[in-house]
Design a protein around this ligand. Structure first.
Ligand code: HEM
Length: 244
């Protein structure tokens, strides 16, 4: 009698466990952490006094809730900046997946009420002009949308989609830190273009001149970078044909 033909129901051969990711195989994690900490140490301390006079941006008198909302946003943003480092750290994800899950829940469930919604509420009141108000509003809406989508995808166990939406969300969180780099690059351009009278005048005028460009570029450049990363730097496992 002929031996039975192999059927589709046979168990597939066990996949070899992926090799552990060593920190030196992901050399960007240390510079990213240092960049984040430098940004936080520079940007957040003026708000510890809870005095609007110490703020780095002009605080509008109305609405009265602007400053409390901004401070909530900044302290929540500090937490999220630190959590992003944990979330993208491959070693921690592989070694302690429970830490990844819990810090991810905190990122979403604390980030939406403490960072995203306050950002959306204060965006229309930015003292840097209409273009900045529009840019900030788009930035906040996109962050809220990406973060909710990332969370929903994780709940549905669609982890490839979860990863992509969360990378977009993290890119927008880095918008504020990247804003410092952009300002540093745009100021020389503004100085070169300014008239001698403008240069002798109030330096805040130069800040206002670059505010719309710096606002849009701050979140757009990290988002485009992450789109490139998602498209061209997918984990090799997902690019292999199914048969492999
Ligand atoms: C999607 C993420 C974020 C959005 C949409 C957002 C949005 C905003 C908006 C609308 C303002 C007011 C700007 C103005 O009135 O012109 C602001 C200010 C500020 N945000 Fe955020 N932000 C985000 C993430 C963060 C994070 C992660 C931090 C980290 C601490 C942070 C820290 C600050 C600080 C320090 C200010 C005061 C202005 C400054 O020093 O630049 N933000 N943000």
């Amino acid at each position: 009698m002929a031996p039975p033909a192999p059927t589709d129901t046979a168990a597939p051969p066990a996949r070899p466990a992926p090799a552990p990711v060593r920190w030196w195989q992901r050399p960007w994690i240390l510079p990213l952490a240092l960049f984040s900490l430098t940004f936080l140490l520079y940007s957040v301390p003026p708000y510890f006094s809870l005095d609007p006079a110490d703020a780095r941006l002009p605080i509008p008198e109305t609405p009265s809730w602007y400053f409390p909302m901004l401070v909530t946003h900044i302290f929540g943003g500090t937490l999220l900046t630190l959590l992003v480092i944990l979330q993208v750290w491959p070693w921690l994800r592989a070694k302690y997946p429970a830490v990844h899950r819990w810090s991810g829940r905190v990122y979403v469930l604390a980030g939406i009420p403490l960072v995203g919604i306050p950002a959306l509420l204060i965006s229309p009141f930015s003292g840097s002009g209409t273009s900045t108000q529009i840019s900030n509003t788009i930035w906040a809406v996109l962050w809220l949308g990406f973060t909710v989508l990332g969370y929903v995808m994780a709940r549905r166990r669609r982890f490839a989609d979860h990863r992509e939406w969360m990378l977009r969300s993290f890119a927008l969180i880095y918008g504020i830190a990247f804003n410092r780099v952009i300002i540093f690059l745009l100021i020389p351009i503004a100085v070169l273009q300014a008239s001698p009278e403008a240069l002798a005048g109030d330096p805040r005028e130069l800040g206002m001149a670059i505010a719309p460009a710096s606002s849009f570029l701050s979140w757009l450049v990290p988002l485009l970078f992450v789109e490139w990363w998602i498209k061209y730097r997918r984990p090799r496992r997902r690019r292999r044909p199914a048969a492999a």
